[in-house]
Every structure is written in C-alpha cells, then in structure tokens.
Design a binder for this molecule. Structure first.
Ligand code: EPZ
Length: 426
C-alpha cells in the first residue's frame, strides 16, 4: 500500500486551487438515473470515490464518458446517460467499497419503480444506519423489505409522494428522499431536512433538469413531482471541506496560502472558528488568503449539522489546535467514533484526552515526526497536517483513505512548498 512521507517545519506559501466537492459530486452523479437524457457534470474532482460511483452507474446500464481535459487541469467533465436502466441491483462488492452507493436507491426507485441495494454496513467512524433513508421512502409510498443483506424498495405503479418529518438531520437520507420525490406522481413535503450546501447543489441541479422544488436551503422542501426530467449541464460546487483542510495547513505551518475559487461563504462556520484561533482570512480577487503570523489560540468547537461546525472538519481542526497556545475542547455530536486520529496524533507528541464524545486538546510547543496510520478519510488529512508542522519526518500509511477525498494532494501541497512525496509499494 502507498505511503506519504512528509518532512515538516516549512511554512506553506503560494496558491492552492480548490476542487469540486466530493460530497456534492456523489449525490449529483445518481441524478443521471432520473432521466434518459445526458447529464453533464463539470468540475468533477479526480477521486477514487467518483471512479467507483462511475462503475456503479455502468453496472445499472449508464454510459459514462469523460471529456478530455488536460492532465494538468484539476477536475473533469463527465457525461452520464441512462438511455435505459439494465439493472436495478446495486451489488455488495461495489457498495461495500463506497457507502455513498446507497444514493442510487431513491433515483432507481423513482425511475424504474424498484431498487435492490446492498446494505452499506458500518465504517470506521460509526455504524452509519440507513433507517431514515428507508422511512422517508416509505413515507413517499415505497414498499421496503430487507433480506439477505439487501434492501428492496418497490413502487410498481410509481411513487405517490407524501410527507415526512426527519427525526434527525441526515444528509444522505435527505438526498435519497429528494431524488425519489422529484418523479413522484404527486406532491411531497420533507421537513427537518439537511441544509448542507451539497443539498442545495443537488436541488439546483435537479431544478436545472426540470424538477419543481421550493424551499431550497431551508429545513422544509416542497416538491411537486413531474413526469419526466431532462438532461442538463451542471458545475459541481467547490469543496468546502478541502478548502477548510488547506486553511488548517496554512495555519498549522504558520504560512500564507491563497485558496483559489472559494469565498468566505464556502468556509461557513469554519471561517469564524479559524479566525477565533488567530488565523487571518482575507478575500482576494481569486479566492481567500489564509495567513497565520502570530500564535494560534485554543478554540472550543462542537460539531453540528449545517450551518454548525462541520463534523468533516473536526479531525483537521484538532490537528491545528495541537500546537495552539492554550487548551481546546472539541465535541463530536454527529458520529460515535470519530476520534481515531487522536492516538496517532499522540504518537507525534500531541496532548489530547478523549472522554466520550469530547476531546480536550492541550497545546504543545511542537510535534515530532513519526510513523502513523490513517484510519479514515478526514483522520488521514489530520495526520498529514500534523506532519507538515512536525519536526522531522512523518510517514503516513494506508493513504488510500486520502485518495477518496483529496484530489492530487501531494501536488497541491508541494506547489506551496511542502516537502511531501508518495512512496508507492508497487
Ligand atoms: C454525509 O454522510 C457525508 N458523506 C459525510 O462525509 C458527512 O460526515 C455526513 O454527511 C455529515 O455531514 C457524503 O455526503 C457522501 P448523515 P451521511 O446521514 O449522509 C445518523 C466525509 O468525510 N443516521 O448526515 O452518511 C448517522 O449515523 C464523509 O466526506 C441515522 O441514524 O451522514 C449519523 O450519526 C464522512 N440513520 C448522523 O445521522 C440514517 O438513516 C448523520 O449522518 C442516516 C443517518
């Protein structure tokens, strides 16, 4: 398995282009199932998960063509077309590789009247149930049964539509419900939906395809089902988590990095927490300048659904706070096991104590390079950030986690002065 080797202690300086959002792309791709016309997505990040999703869509009979973009360019243009759906089954061997495969459930049900999708199972950060996905689809009129590790949803005479109040905010369940409701025979009202920017991107893309959705960006979506959707060309929004991660990289190394293609709104509540920690963030003509000259200060954060502090930024923010002046309290309210980066950071000299859902970080003067192991996507970025600041050499193993969410990471970091290289074992 590949490893990344970082020789830390160098302040980052330069410009980093921010790629299209992984978590937007993963919900935009299944929209192609909802029409027999081509859906062209621009600014798609080059990520392992996007490739896996493309293979999954091929399995359902969709064609995926990638328009030639210069290899030096970031992002890709992919056209996906479902002339006809040849299979409504999402098999275990694909779903087990990528949980987001569950996002074909709603669109397959809406377009073909049935879907059989392998249950995704848990992952490193939690058991990740899909009960809310299923309850929402039942509320829209689907029949749901579970058997042999698969969920089978059916609506032979089409989904009537309906009303569902989510008892808990769920990004994926909201996405599945919205993609099912847009082709329902009647109106649907979805309440207490997730309001993440990726949901707004999904709704905007569906509207561009002819869907009728009111309340986009609010906690209540009113959807008037239509008979057909048409194709569209849509550009994926910039990745707010990638942007926040590289902002932490500039902060932890005491550098000055311009994040290209993003504005203050993209960083959301992460912006306020970065500034509270002593990071200077200034809008520029091409993006945001992120600079840290003085000391970092301890900051208390508690993750929450949007517009709260994103859980996907918790591990990266913790890495930055390990070298802050003072203590910080980080509370993870979304997932039950999202502190697996803590023991690895401790091997580099960080002082972090975990008690249940909270972690107390006591800032130390500096970190030391070490051999560490990635356990999940955001934890792996946390270790890279610590390695960038640490004295000496850090080797991060199992970086296939990183490749799922960060497009050409070494290239982007090398371009701003990081001493980082990928060691391939084969
Ligand atoms: C999406 O996961 C993201 N993934 C995650 O990003 C992100 O951390 C998460 O939303 C929260 O923002 C993608 O968009 C592909 P949820 P999702 O349903 O949809 C519980 C990353 O690093 N829940 O909002 O799976 C669940 O266990 C990844 O990019 C149920 O109980 O998250 C969790 O505690 C990691 N029943 C909470 O809700 C359900 O049916 C929020 O999960 C569904 C979820």
């Amino acid at each position: 398995m590949d490893q990344i080797v970082i020789r830390g202690g160098r302040p980052l300086k330069g410009r980093i282009p921010i790629s299209g959002a992984k978590n937007a792309a993963l919900t935009l791709l299944p929209c192609a199932l909802l029409t027999d016309e081509p859906l062209t997505l621009r600014n798609l990040p080059r990520l392992a998960d996007i490739d896996t999703f493309g293979h999954l869509l091929n399995n359902h009979g969709l064609s995926t063509t990638i328009e030639g973009t210069h290899p030096e360019e970031f992002g890709r243009v992919m056209t996906v077309r479902a002339n006809r759906i040849t299979s409504t089954v999402a098999p275990y061997d694909i779903v087990r590789k990528m949980r987001a495969s569950i996002l074909v459930l709603g669109p397959l049900l809406a377009r073909a009247g049935e879907a059989t999708v392998s249950l995704p199972g848990g992952c490193a950060i939690g058991n990740r149930p899909i009960d809310l996905h299923l309850k929402a689809l039942e509320a829209l009129g689907a029949e749901i049964e579970l058997a042999a590790g698969y969920v089978k949803a059916s609506a032979k005479s089409g989904l009537p539509g309906g009303r569902y109040v989510f008892p808990l905010v769920s990004v994926g369940a909201t996405e599945n419900a919205v993609m099912a409701a847009v082709l329902a025979r009647g109106p649907s009202i979805l309440e207490n939906v997730a309001r993440e920017p990726e949901i707004v991107d999904l709704c905007n893309c569906l509207v561009a395809m002819g869907a009728r959705i009111e309340g986009i960006g609010t906690e209540t979506l009113t959807i008037e089902g239509v008979r057909d959707l048409h194709g569209a060309t849509y550009a994926v929004m910039p990745d707010r988590i990638e942007a926040g991660s590289y902002a932490c990289a500039a902060a932890i190394t005491g550098g000055e990095v311009e994040l290209l293609g993003v504005g203050e709104a993209v960083l959301g509540s992460t912006l306020a927490s970065l500034r509270e920690a002593g990071v200077e963030i200034t809008p520029t003509r091409d993006g945001l300048m992120v600079k840290r000259t003085g000391t970092l200060h301890g900051v208390n954060i508690s993750t929450a659904p949007y517009p709260g502090f994103p859980t996907d930024m918790q591990a990266q923010f913790m890495a930055m706070l390990t070298v802050a002046d003072g203590a910080s309290l980080l509370t993870e309210t979304i997932f039950e096991n999202r502190f697996m980066h803590v023991p690895e950071l401790a091997r580099m000299g960080a002082d972090v104590t975990v008690r249940g859902r909270s972690a107390v970080v006591r800032g130390v003067a500096g970190l030391n390079g070490a051999q560490v192991m990635a356990t999940d996507l955001r934890a792996s970025m946390s270790l890279v950030l610590a390695g960038l600041a640490a004295e000496g050499e850090t080797t991060v193993s199992r970086i296939y986690h990183l490749d799922r969410g960060y497009e050409r990471l070494e290239e982007k970091l090398s371009a701003v002065g990081a001493d980082i290289e990928r060691i391939s074992d084969g």
